[in-house]
Design a protein around this ligand. Sequence first.
Ligand SMILES: Nc1ncnc2c1ncn2[C@@H]1O[C@H](COP(=O)(O)OP(=O)(O)OP(=O)(O)O)[C@@H](O)[C@H]1O
Ligand SMILES: [Mg+2]
Length: 251
Amino acid sequence: MSDRDRLDAGACQDPLLDASGLVAGYGATEVLHGVSLCAGEGEVVSLVGRNGAGKTTTLRSIVGTVTPTAGRVTFAGEDVTDLSAEKTVRRNVAFVPEERRIFPGLTVLENLRVGQLGGGETTQRRDPEEILAEFENLRDHPDRRGGALSGGEQQMLAIARALVAGADLLLLDEPTEGLAPFIVRQVEELVRGLNDDGISVLLVEQNVEVALELADRHYVLDRGEIVYHGTSEQLRNDEDVMDRHLGVTTN
Ligand SMILES: Nc1ncnc2c1ncn2[C@@H]1O[C@H](COP(=O)(O)OP(=O)(O)OP(=O)(O)O)[C@@H](O)[C@H]1O
Ligand SMILES: [Mg+2]
């Protein structure tokens, strides 16, 4: 298959999320030069690429904290390109940013209650206590302050909070960054479990192994362009892409 065919194969039928031709940047600097990707209902899709490739900028353009100068974003068929981040989040899209942004001074349970403020009119908000029960690492200390949690627990709290608002699509920005390997496994299990419950995920990762483990399909971003699209098996076996765009040497 040529690279072009692979990119075409990246088109989804009836996508939950469809981003096409996104051009975006900061001030006069263009970072994304026409990024297209989609995620179907129930899918886990990854966006991988090196430092500075534009992964976070892609997520920001999807949720609307960065306004694309060209391109279109639809969610469940509805054009959300010009909606503010707040309104996009109210369309059942939850964004867990790199910085995690939990409230360090609030307890675990209070952090989850804040999450209930998100979501749209049609969202099925979920009970914070019910969500908490699903999170092994958090459920035993609902009264612990966010700031006293480990990095892994904070990541899980950030994901749990996104879920309280009743998200259909979770955008995760490097959820395993800086975590010890055994915590990485726990985050993987968590994401897998959420997906089993029907939540679609767009996973940004620099850790290609985690992406290969979790996602069905992968988009590779390099300098603001999608340079490859394929299944886990295709990507794993493509030494050239792994080496050239991801800096992973396979042998
Ligand atoms: N708020 C900002 N203002 C100006 N430039 C920015 C801003 N955020 C990112 N950039 C620049 O945009 C480019 C893409 O950054 P982005 O954060 O999207 O990459 P990334 O793929 O998420 O990288 P990383 O793996 O380091 O998180 C980089 O050159 C970065 O310096
Ligand atoms: Mg980033």
